[in-house]
Design a protein around this ligand. Structure first.
Ligand SMILES: Cc1cc2nc3c(=O)[nH]c(=O)nc-3n(C[C@H](O)[C@H](O)[C@H](O)COP(=O)(O)O)c2cc1C
Length: 234
């Protein structure tokens, strides 16, 4: 089984946190797993080792944040490289795929379009799509996980599904924060700003407002772009 962290924020990411939580349940069920993480603009592309890890897995768990209502570019790159690698390699038995997507907005449905993209990807590669956890305001769900059992139940549901022979795609599981929307909207802007700062520090590039290609923008310009695109409080 392979767990993919699709966030460039690495171990600080909510995506990583969700995978770590799931890993505990997997280990309790004696299911062995390994983790792969995306990297910012890998010069030589992903290693044969990384791509082969994805090839070998009988189950893939794809965890990623929502960026501009879709999959982050760094995560898309890993999927594209793996798709080419898998296409050129020997035929494999259909791998089962689950996704854990988390976003900044308070509605789990915000993630729906990104999941449609993942489903198309699975169909194109002959992977067996199972279902997704659509997590709204990921950091807030994490902050209240000790009092809100929905996340734990959802993780257990993935483990039970892995252990079953089910093959018909199941319904996605929406998870929204326990806290009221008015509080969530207040903290969201700050969380997004912090994430963006960490991404730029990790080497991610956003398109510059003045040039189509070129060096990444400064933090202020990036925040300005993000706020235009996503109506962040400025
Ligand atoms: C560049 C950027 C774009 C984002 N776009 C969206 C978006 O379109 N919709 C949304 O709800 N959240 C958006 N977010 C918020 C992230 O999805 C949210 O902070 C998430 O918890 C980050 O997950 P991670 O810690 O796993 O990277 C964006 C964040 C950044 C940094």
């Amino acid at each position: 089984m392979c767990l993919v962290n699709g966030s460039l924020r690495g171990q600080k990411a909510s995506s990583f946190h969700f995978l770590s939580r799931l890993e505990k349940h997997l280990h309790a069920a004696e299911i062995v797993s390994t983790q792969v993480s995306v990297r910012a603009r890998p010069r030589q592309g992903y290693s044969e080792d990384t791509l082969a890890t994805l090839d070998r897995a009988d189950v893939l768990i794809l965890a990623f944040p929502l960026y501009a209502y879709c999959l982050p570019g760094g995560f898309m790159r890993l999927l594209e490289e793996w798709a080419r690698h898998a296409h050129d390699g020997p035929a494999r038995k259909p791998q089962r795929v689950y996704a854990i997507v988390n976003c900044g907005f308070v509605s789990p449905d915000t993630n729906a379009e990104a999941i449609r993209v993942v489903k198309h990807f699975c169909a194109r590669l002959g992977l067996r799509w199972r279902f997704a956890l659509l997590i709204a305001c990921g950091p807030a769900v994490i902050a209240t996980e000790s009092v809100d059992l929905r996340l734990r139940r959802a993780m257990k549901r993935i483990v039970a599904d892995i252990q079953s022979d089910a093959c018909e795609p199941a319904d996605d599981l929406p998870i929204k924060p326990l806290l009221p929307r008015i509080i969530m909207d207040t903290v969201r802007g700050r969380l997004d700003r912090n994430s963006l700062r960490e991404l730029l520090a990790a080497g991610a590039r956003l398109p510059s407002a003045n040039s189509a290609v070129g060096a990444g923008p400064g933090i202020e310009q990036a925040l300005q772009l993000a706020s235009h695109a996503r109506e962040l409080p400025r």
